[in-house]
Design a protein around this ligand. Structure first.
Ligand code: NAD
Length: 379
């Protein structure tokens, strides 16, 4: 299969979401990072793009240069990911769509409703794909929850309760850090801070799992760090078309919550719970029954959840990234660069010796034996 050519705007060196896009897009060998305008600083962006293996004539200083040059090429990129701060999403996404590129845009898609309407209109006019990176909805067990709800396995959904709260912006003394400041600055982030940053995932997920749409809401926003214009904490009650009641809490000052996204769906005949800190499991409690644990990768999952269970059971979410870390250190080692601890042939030898000695011990009623290989016994 011919690999698709992929272009990235934003996601430069040190950015939060850039590494996830680079790993995610290239994990299956479907896309090759071919072009990029990676940084608000043109020189930094060009240099980092070339560090990542992008050819110098496709390592662009800014997105407009990338748009013009890629549009003129016969071998233009097939997909452009927009992973810049929020205020730039609309202009960049619309321009690439209009020029005939498919786009994956980071959330929030735009700053205003009028802009979002324009993007939807542009998609209709161009026939191009514009996806938005609500990535949590792609966890296999989130898909399983959606399937269970759709198939009526928990009955009519009465209530959805979801939290996306962390404490990573809780330090008032660090509030002026440029990496944080833009998220609470209306000029850069739009009308909302934390709700648009994290609450948006929770709201999307509620609709996604219930296969329903939010039709009404009420909100209480608070800026608990006084210097912030936009909210860093929000409580939102909502209602869905099918009558489901929704409760959503999102916060960036909730010290102690680390990857704090969880969602519970309460139906007339059962309840479901998923949390990003335990993404391998959904807890399912049938009415009048005991709580059961549904595991990623186990037999009996829906086709969709099985398809997205990328590594078999016994290997948790994140396992491929642990393998990727081995490759990162291998590459550095081959290039003679500093690297982390690589499991070595000596580790392999110690393991083999320990296995053989364990067999001997087991045959000898559990006697203590030297676990080391003969060559390393003096060490
Ligand atoms: P960041 O500040 O860490 O990084 C932004 C990157 O974009 C930097 O490399 C910066 O140099 C570059 N940049 C800024 N303006 C640019 C421009 N005009 N052209 C090219 N590059 C430009 O921000 P981040 O946390 O990575 O967030 C980026 C976007 O990703 C935001 O919209 C954010 O909401 C979104 N995000 C989504 C998720 C998710 O779960 N889907 C998670 C984190 C961030």
């Amino acid at each position: 299969m011919v690999k698709l050519k992929w272009g990235l705007v934003g996601g430069g060196e040190g950015s939060q979401i850039g590494p996830a896009h680079r790993l995610g897009a290239q994990a299956d060998g479907l896309f090759t990072l071919t072009a990029g305008a990676l940084d608000h600083d043109a020189d930094r962006g060009r240099a980092f793009a070339q560090d990542l293996g992008i050819a110098s004539d496709r390592a662009y200083g800014d997105w407009a240069e990338m748009l013009a040059a890629e549009s003129a090429r016969e071998d233009r990129v097939d997909l452009v990911t927009v992973a810049t701060p929020n205020a730039t999403h609309f202009e960049i996404t619309k321009a690439f769509l209009q020029a005939g590129f498919h786009v994956l845009c980071e959330k929030p898609m735009t700053m205003t409703v009028a802009e979002a309407e324009e993007i939807v209109q542009t998609v209709a006019e161009t026939g191009k794909i514009c996806a938005v990176n609500y990535c949590y909805s792609a966890y296999p067990l989130v898909r399983e929850m959606r399937r269970m709800v759709t198939d009526g396995e928990i009955g009519k959904v009465r209530l959805v309760v979801t939290n996306f709260s962390h404490g990573h912006h809780a330090d008032a003394a660090d509030a002026d850090n440029p990496r944080l400041r833009w998220r609470y600055d209306p000029a850069m982030a739009g009308v909302s801070g934390q709700f648009a940053d994290c609450g948006i995932h929770a709201l999307h997920m509620a609709g996604f799992i219930c296969n329903d749409q939010v039709t009404a809401l009420q909100a209480d926003f608070a800026s608990t760090v006084a210097s912030r214009t936009l909210e860093d904490d929000a409580m939102v009650n909502f209602r869905m078309q099918g009558g489901t009641v929704g409760r959503l809490w999102t916060s960036s000052v909730a010290l102690g919550r680390q990857h704090g996204f969880d969602i519970q769906v309460f139906g007339e005949t059962g309840g479901l719970r998923w949390a990003s800190e335990q993404p391998n499991q959904v807890l399912y409690t049938p009415l009048n029954g005991r709580t059961q644990i549904i595991e990623k990768g186990e037999g009996g999952l829906s086709d969709e959840a099985a398809r997205l269970s990328r590594v078999p059971i016994a290997h948790p979410e994140g396992f491929p990234l642990a393998v990727a870390n081995i490759y990162v250190d291998l590459a550095a080692s081959i290039r003679g660069q500093p690297h982390g601890a690589l499991p070595t042939a000596e580790d392999g030898l110690r393991s083999i010796a320990a296995i053989h000695q364990a067999v001997i011990s087991a045959r000898d009623d559990g006697a203590w034996v030297d676990a080391r290989p003969p060559s390393l016994r003096g060490q």
